[in-house]
Structure formats: C-alpha cells, structure tokens
Design a protein around this ligand. Sequence first.
Ligand code: CA
Ligand code: CA
Ligand code: CA
Ligand code: CA
Length: 341
Amino acid sequence: MRIAAVLSIALLAAACAGVPFEPLPEAPALRETPAVGSPNDAADDPAIWIDRADSARSLILGTDKQAGLYVYGLDGAVKDFLAVGALNNVDLRQDVTIGAFAGDIAAASNRSDNTVTLFTIDKGKVTKSGAFASAIVEPYGLCLGVSGGKIYVFVAYKTGDLIAYELSGAGAGVEAARLKLASQLEGCVHDDDAGVLFIGEEGRGVWKAGFANGAFDATTPVDAVRGPSGIHADIEGMAIYRLDETRGYLVVSSQGDDSYAVYDRAGDNRFLGRFRIVAGAGGVDGAQETDGLDVTAAALGPDFPAGLLVAQDGFNDPKGSKQNFKLVDWRRVNAALALPK
Ligand code: CA
Ligand code: CA
Ligand code: CA
Ligand code: CA
C-alpha cells in the first residue's frame, strides 16, 4: 500500500507537470532567431535553404502561423518577412524543373485562404509565385517531394487525409493521390531517394508509405506513442538528415515530452535514441514543445560543419517572450546520441 501510494503520488506529480521528465541525452542550442511578431502559439515550422555559392550564407524560412513567412540568416537575424497569410508548415526543394520553371521552390499551407502558397527562391530572395486551392478545408501539415522527375506537395489534414498534389508550374498544382489515416495528421517528410513518405499522426505515432508514379503504396507503422521508444503525443515536425543516397536519420519532434526521436532513415527505421535541446552559451534557452523542425547534413560554414537542426521553440525564454526558432550544431546531436554512420 505504501509503495502504491508513493507511486501514485509520483505519477500524479508527473501528470500535473504534464511531462514525465526522464533524463535524456542533451544537445545545446547554439543560437536563436528573434521572436516572431505574433503572440501565443505562432512560430511553427522551418525549412533550410542552402546557398550553393556560399553555404555560410544559407537561409532559414520560418512560418508565423498567424501572419506569414520569415527569412532568417544562419546568424538568426531576420532578412525578410512576407505577410502572405497564416502559413502553418513550409518546405522547399532546390534545383528542380517544373514545366518552364527551373530553380528553387518553396510551398506553405496557407490557412488564411485555404491554399498551398508557392514561392520561388532566387539567390536568397523569396518571392510568392502563386497558389492553388486545397481540396479539403484547412491545409495543415505540408512537405515537398521529388518523385519520378516531378515535384509533389504533400498536404496533411486534421481529418486524417493526406493529399499529394503534383506541381504543374511554379504557381499551380493538381491532386494526384490521396491516403487516409485514423486521426489528425501534421508533420511529414518525403525521402526523395527512397520514394518513401513519412507521416506523423499526432496522437498515435509515425507511419510511412511508399510513393511512386504518383501513387501511394500501403501505409505501415514506423513507431507508436507510449511504446518502447518513449515518444509522446503530439508527434509533430519531422525531417531527414541525409548522409548519402541511402544512409541517414529521420528526426521527429516528440512534442509531449520536449524531445526529438532519431531513427535509421533506411530499412525498418531502427530507433536510435531521443534527445533534448537544452540551453546553450550566451543566454540561449533550449527548445520545448516543438512543432516544426528541419535538418540538413550539408556543411553550412564554420558554425555548422556537420549540418544544422532548426527547431521551433514553444516556450521561448525569458518567460513571456513570443516564440522563436532554435539553431543546433548537428555535431552536438551526433555526440549526444553517438549515432552510427
Ligand atoms: Ca505549438
Ligand atoms: Ca500539430
Ligand atoms: Ca525554450
Ligand atoms: Ca530566448
């Protein structure tokens, strides 16, 4: 009885705290962007653009889901802001050809006008290039993919639907395929090399589906919440750290316990560990309750020689600050989890 009572008090305390904070490996944030302009839950999802001419001048696109799209430098400073509406998720692809367009393209789920809003990125300048209507009200999660030489925008919905739209230009797209899961979806990432789409079902876990010739294969589970890996709902942003055509990692925001899960990108997506983003030097706080994230394995100048992880921070310090994005030197994640090559 006494042990049971102590246990239930401990469980109650954990429940009250909202999070069972088991110790996990830690990677410090190197720096942070300024807070976004909108109050409360506002910063949401980043995407990394690589400057091929000078990778230290690469950029981060980040959504303010009440207002538009920020463009940040690797120093975190704001370079530009596009007041194009309530963009929830953003993703991009570089060096693509779509009809008459050749270059870099970004897409975002726009809840102000129920569209997928498209942008071109030319020498670091982000410009809105068009939009097309979402087939279901409230485009929510979004990611891009290159498949069979075509460019697809995958939009995930609160209804559990996920639609692949094929881009027909830098400003237009048409529905190509659809799949459905049981409950609310958001995060997704397409592995262009493998032809696999990873999908986050917020309350249940991570799934994947093969995608080829404009059609989905069967959906299979990668990991489940409340399972051995310890991931917690909501499952949120996800991205791929690409070492080469086959090797790398899938990184997933386990929002409910302020952690990030890492899986083998290939094969059966073996679980490799979880870590937290903690405070770094110079007063930069860690990241909690992360919505969107992005990662690259590309060397981005002296601060990020093994790549960069960007994560939305739901609780930006000092307390009461508006939300922002944290930048993490991937070497610190590698060191925290001793990841296999
Ligand atoms: Ca949030
Ligand atoms: Ca969400
Ligand atoms: Ca924080
Ligand atoms: Ca801060």
